[in-house]
Design a protein around this ligand. Structure first.
Ligand code: ZN
Length: 328
């Protein structure tokens, strides 16, 4: 993934903070334990002495092997006694050690494998989080949940346009979205949400975003006009270090709200076209919301393009009366 340097630096900073706080907490615990059990500190000293003894034996030469075996045995029995001492006081040996957030790299972001330095997944994840945070600034990402999606605003009456009531339709959609969020993976399919304004499309897409973020995926939510504006700014600026475009393409889930409300220009059309195309080609999930009628979208983006998107997505048609009106 292409991230700019400032994103990587901030992610590394997050890891450093995690590491220091784990180490500080361990140091505090050690001090508390040593002041409660002074004998513990003596064990620590003895244990480190056996370590020094081993080094000495190596330097000294002679029957190094049996000297080392003897030291090892001494060390093991000391360790056992020490553990027993801690246990009597209600502690575990792990209480003396740093409890790192990432057990693989110890919050360093890198580890050694086959004589090579490898970037740890936790650093990669932190970078994705920083990048998403950056792009989701000023977005009410935390405002919607599945729990506060209220079906009581949808009528149980069937009108002649649809075979089922808005209530039934929306409860099916709610179920679908919950399942989609629960089962989310990079192989999840796309969703195309359509219907008039005020029927809960943004609410349910944000609820999906919340759940998917909790699972540790990088999610970007943005109204189509904002996406176009961001890409436009990037396209026409000289600052080539910015990577919003690649984040729209690379994030685990992209949610495009209000497709069709963007100001239509040659640039906006090709930007949206390219973005969707890239994601469809790479098979990365995308959720598209629109209040527009199909014909309006086709007029904006060509029939072929829109039918391709719809063909590669599950279509959820939101029906009913604008919830904000019903609430009044
Ligand atoms: Zn790690």
């Amino acid at each position: 993934m292409g991230y700019d340097k400032s994103i990587k630096r901030r992610a590394e900073q997050i890891l450093t903070e995690r590491r220091l706080s784990a180490e500080n907490a361990a140091e505090k615990r050690r001090k508390a334990i040593f002041s409660e059990i002074p004998e513990a500190e003596r064990f620590e000293r003895k244990l480190s002495e056996t370590g020094i003894g081993a080094a000495r034996a190596l330097i000294k030469g002679g029957d190094v092997e049996s000297a080392l075996i003897e030291l090892k045995e001494k060390n093991l029995s000391l360790q056992k006694e020490y553990e027993e001492l801690l246990r009597i006081h209600g502690y575990y040996p792990s209480d003396l050690e740093s409890d790192y957030f990432c057990k693989i790299c110890g919050d360093k972001g890198y580890y050694e494998q086959d004589n090579k330095t490898v970037m740890c997944d936790c650093l990669r994840k932190a970078m994705a989080e920083v990048a998403c945070e950056e792009l989701n600034k000023n977005t009410p990402l935390k405002l919607s949940t599945f729990e506060d999606f209220d079906l009581k605003y949808y009528s149980m009456d069937i009108d002649d346009k649809y075979p089922c009531s808005p209530y039934d339709q929306m409860s099916n959609i709610l179920k679908f979205c919950k399942r989609y969020a629960d089962d989310f993976s990079l192989e999840s399919g796309n969703i195309f949400m359509c219907g008039k304004t005020g029927l809960g499309k943004t609410h349910l897409s944000l609820a999906i975003a919340n759940e998917v973020i909790k699972k540790g995926y990088g999610v970007i939510y943005a109204p189509a006009p904002k996406i176009v504006a961001t890409l436009e700014k990037e396209h026409f600026s000289n600052d080539r270090s910015s990577t919003d475009e690649s984040m729209f393409i690379d994030c685990d889930l992209l949610i495009v709200d209000d497709l069709g409300t963007e100001f239509s220009t040659q640039f906006s059309k090709s930007a949206i076209y390219n973005l969707f195309n890239e994601r469809l080609l790479s098979g990365k999930p995308i959720i598209i919301n629109t209040n527009c009628k199909l014909t309006e979208l086709e007029e904006l983006y060509s029939q072929r393009f829109i039918s391709r998107i719809r063909g590669e997505a599950t279509k959820l048609e939101f029906i009913g009366t604008d919830v904000r009106i019903v609430k009044r």
